[in-house]
Design a protein. Sequence first.
Length: 317
Amino acid sequence: METILCSSTPVAFHFNGFGDRLMALPAIRALAAMFPNQLKVICGTGDRSTYYLNLPLRDVCEVEYTRTDKGWGFDASLIAETIGTCDLLVSFNTWYSNSVDELLSILQPANSIGFYRNFNHPIPFEQNTHVADVMFQLPRLLSPELKLEEFCYPLSLPEEDVDFARSLRSTIPESSRLLLIHNETLPAKVWSDEKLIRVLDEFLSRQPTYVVFVLDQSERQLDTGKQGARVKQLSDDRAISAYYAVVANADLFLGVDSCFLHAADLFRVPGVGLFGPTNPRVYGFRLGPHRHVCANGTMDNIHESEVLGALEEIAPA
């Protein structure tokens, strides 16, 4: 791999869900550290300031994607023109499409690394392994001594997002602790609002210093319980990076398999993750103090007592 380490125009390529972007971030950071001020990144619109702020990158190419039956489609010719010369392409995507074929054909990198046989250095996608560890296999192929934990530092976010989060936190008493709730994602991964309200009522009655902010974009009416006066729905129409900053200011997190769980993990906010059809060993907390409550199937199998117990175990004393 010594010849690959001599690459002068490396490109990292990643586009997927918001949570996937967070789990791939340590691996892309490692690649940027290996090729300081040389690496270009192909990503989604808005990712430059949300995920790659302050990294030693040569450039960031933000791209519009469209969903196809064979993965994501994009304008390969436009990307290739923007990228220019590429002697190493590292794809962190867990999908492959005709657009990727076209991009490889145009760029013709001397070396390419990814999870599909179409790359000349294919890496097997390990099952039952956390996505962050799977992604980290790609830079570790070039430098086996790399350690994932060294690249799992918190997100750098735009100052206006940091100011927004601090301002929001200042609306509650200094002596209060903040519990963030996120119960919004694909329907099969969402827990019952009624059960969540009962858990919040019981937790807040036992923990008088806590207040709750709800991150869900849709109105879930989680403030209708007995302790509803201490539950606030956040309704500001802001970029997702602003709410990552809110996560950074929290004392405790409770949520389902979603990007905010992974943000809480990067910020080392103690958290409880609720899992039904997805595997917490693959998509759960990886770094910070946490508990996973698992249904092993449908989310309806998660019991209120399990969630309440997990919250009280992990809540900062």
